[in-house]
Design a protein around this ligand. Structure first.
Ligand code: AMP
Length: 220
């Protein structure tokens, strides 16, 4: 199956997409993680993406779409994948549909995680990320164990430079202008599942698993 995770910054989309991918033993493709890894490694892709990410803008479609479609075409993405952070606008969604149609496949389900703005802002302010494996921690709710190091891999934790108030504001504007229209796009296609993203990580994961299982798609 190909499953997309949608949600505003701070909705918990990355945490949940990674958890569900693990449970379903599915490939996990997170465009933001791929950019951050490229940045850490100092590759051309990272250098190209950096200026956009720092400003909270979208990295141009031709760079992003190529990067993600390559992952989908790779052996690990062939059977299906959980997509986190892609597509982020209609052009990307259409390019993805076209690429999957070429393999007689399509997007099976879209999980839209809804969280009120106040809660999303709070989560972003407390977010720490592992430099090495990109695991996400909340400074208050799930403080990492070993002296600020990642519980999973021991990597150094840092706060994303694009989680500052100013950049978060820009990312929200971009989200509502460019990404939110995808909610309608996938509703029209009969693929959207809406999930309440408030509560503990495990509670929300449980709701997503139930929604994926029941397939109660939102009708337009
Ligand atoms: P994320 O980790 O999903 O919040 O993404 C972090 C940043 O990476 C975004 O603010 C964008 O600058 C860039 N990015 C991630 N995914 C995409 C995408 N699908 N299209 C364009 N830019 C993206």
């Amino acid at each position: 199956m190909y499953i997309i995770f949608l949600g505003a910054p701070g909705a918990g989309k990355g945490t949940q997409a990674a958890a569900v991918a693990q449970k379903l033993r599915s490939a996990y493709i997170a465009s933001g993680d791929l950019f951050r890894q490229a940045l850490e490694q100092g590759t051309d892709l990272g250098i190209q993406a950096r200026a956009y990410m720092e400003k909270g803008q979208l990295v141009p479609d031709e760079i992003t779409t190529r990067m993600v479609l390559e992952k989908i075409a790779a052996p690990e993405g062939e059977a299906g994948a959980i997509l986190d952070g892609f597509p982020r606008n209609l052009e990307q969604a259409e390019a993805l549909d076209k690429a999957l149609a070429g393999k007689n496949r399509g997007i099976d389900k879209v999980v839209y995680i809804k969280v009120p703005e106040k809660e999303r802002q709070r989560r972003l302010g407390e977010r720490w990320v592992c430099r090495h494996c990109q695991a996400v921690y909340s400074a208050k709710k799930s403080p990492p164990g070993r002296n600020g190091k990642c519980d999973r891999c021991g990597g150094e934790l840092y706060q994303r430079p694009d989680d500052t108030a100013e950049t978060v504001q820009k990312r929200l504007e971009v989200y509502f202008a460019q990404t939110a229209p995808l909610i309608d796009y996938y509703t029209r296609k009969g693929r959207l599942l809406e999930v309440d993203g408030e509560g503990s990580v495990d509670e929300v994961t449980g709701r997503i698993e139930a929604a994926l299982h029941e397939g109660a798609f939102v009708t337009g």
